[in-house]
Design a protein around this ligand. Structure first.
Ligand SMILES: [Mn+2]
Length: 356
């Protein structure tokens, strides 16, 4: 059989922004379409259904319920394991939003929530579903993995050397060797899709923040007979970077060639010497009803001048790059551990909310 493998959903992200919710609903409509057309009705979701650990906004609940009702009505079975955003306490899985809102006592009899390490038989293929590992369940989960005979494992892991942000590898978590016994491992948690050896970080199905601007988001389809897996890309990209330059011909992104409706737009203004032209340019953009437009004058941006393409532009703009460049400029002998420490600190800060 074929199974849809789905990454972190994060309903309620960005203070339950209507724009993000719109793109989340749009994604699930296309997922349902895909499942119906290809007759794939089983989904394994790898944790982090909701964004907030302690409070769930009514609007994000509404978005999630709309999505889950549709999945139920179209006959999808939805297996979800607990992620670190689904738990109330940091060190135990005692209280989880997934169980409370989507579990056995909810209206969603098609949803199965896993908070214990469990092996599930999917048409003859044994798949281990491992929840978020924290101090209270670490021993249990690790010995479960060590003793398992299943060929496939799904979880919400922190595995070393995978990208936690662009160009930033994670360190201080689990080793790749822990998973060597499996033929395939699928993990949620890190939002950037990546692949190394037998391990796939599936990534978020859609963009959530500017950190995802370069990300190739989507879901994965896994074949339990051939063990093949493919990524189905989500073409609803809604974080967009445009470049404006009225001195150099051919540099400016034509607003008419990009769909900007309901998108977050960043204009990198490399040269704006002709204010009339720039106003016309902005008008053309606003005519499309973008969700938000930010103008970044490259003169004032850290290291933007010699940039040739979008990748580089956005990279040079990221906080983490500025931190790294700062560390590089320091005269100390332990730059690598410091970089890792600061990257972990930064990631932790970015994934905590005002809830704490
Ligand atoms: Mn997540």
């Amino acid at each position: 059989m074929k199974i849809i493998i789905l990454g972190d959903c994060h309903f309620g992200v960005k203070q339950s922004s209507d724009i993000v919710a719109l793109h989340q609903r749009r994604f699930f409509d296309s997922l349902i379409d895909y499942g119906n057309k290809n007759n794939i009705k089983t989904i394994i979701q790898l944790g982090d259904i909701f964004d907030q650990r302690k409070n769930i906004n009514v609007k994000s609940l509404k978005t999630a319920y709309c999505v889950f009702s549709k999945l139920r009505d179209h006959g999808f079975t939805f297996h979800t394991l607990i992620g670190n955003h689904d738990i109330f306490y940091r060190d135990t899985l005692e209280i989880t939003s997934s169980e409370l809102l989507l579990g056995e006592e909810s209206n969603f009899e098609n949803i199965k929530v896993y908070k214990e390490p469990t092996t599930v038989d999917f048409d003859g293929c044994q798949i281990d579903l491992i929840p978020w590992i924290c101090s209270s369940n670490e021993e249990k989960c690790l010995s479960f993995i060590a003793n398992s005979k299943s060929p496939v494992c799904c979880g919400h892991f922190e595995i070393n050397t995978f990208p936690v942000l662009f160009r930033i590898e994670f360190h201080g978590g689990m080793e790749l060797q822990t998973f060597r016994k499996y033929k395939r491992v699928f993990s949620g948690h890190f939002h950037i899709p990546s692949q190394k050896d037998n391990i796939v970080y599936v990534g978020t199905p859609y963009q959530l923040t500017w950190a995802d601007v370069e990300s190739k988001n989507g879901f994965w389809v896994f074949d339990t007979e051939t063990f093949e897996c493919i990524q189905v890309l989500n073409d609803d990209v809604y974080y967009k970077i445009l470049r404006y330059n009225d001195k150099e011909k051919g540099v400016t992104t034509k607003p008419t060639e990009v769909n900007l409706k309901d998108c977050y737009v960043k204009i990198i203004a490399e040269n704006r010497t002709n204010q009339l032209l720039f106003n016309w340019y902005l008008n053309k953009i606003y005519e499309q009803n973008p969700a938000e437009v930010k103008i970044v004058d490259s003169d004032f941006q850290f290291g933007l001048d010699e940039i040739g393409n979008i990748d580089e532009t956005t990279l040079k703009l990221s906080t983490i790059d500025i931190i790294n460049q700062y560390v590089d400029s320091m005269e100390i002998g332990f730059k690598e551990p410091l970089r890792t420490f600061l990257a972990n600190l930064y990631t932790t800060a970015m994934t905590q909310s005002e809830e704490e």
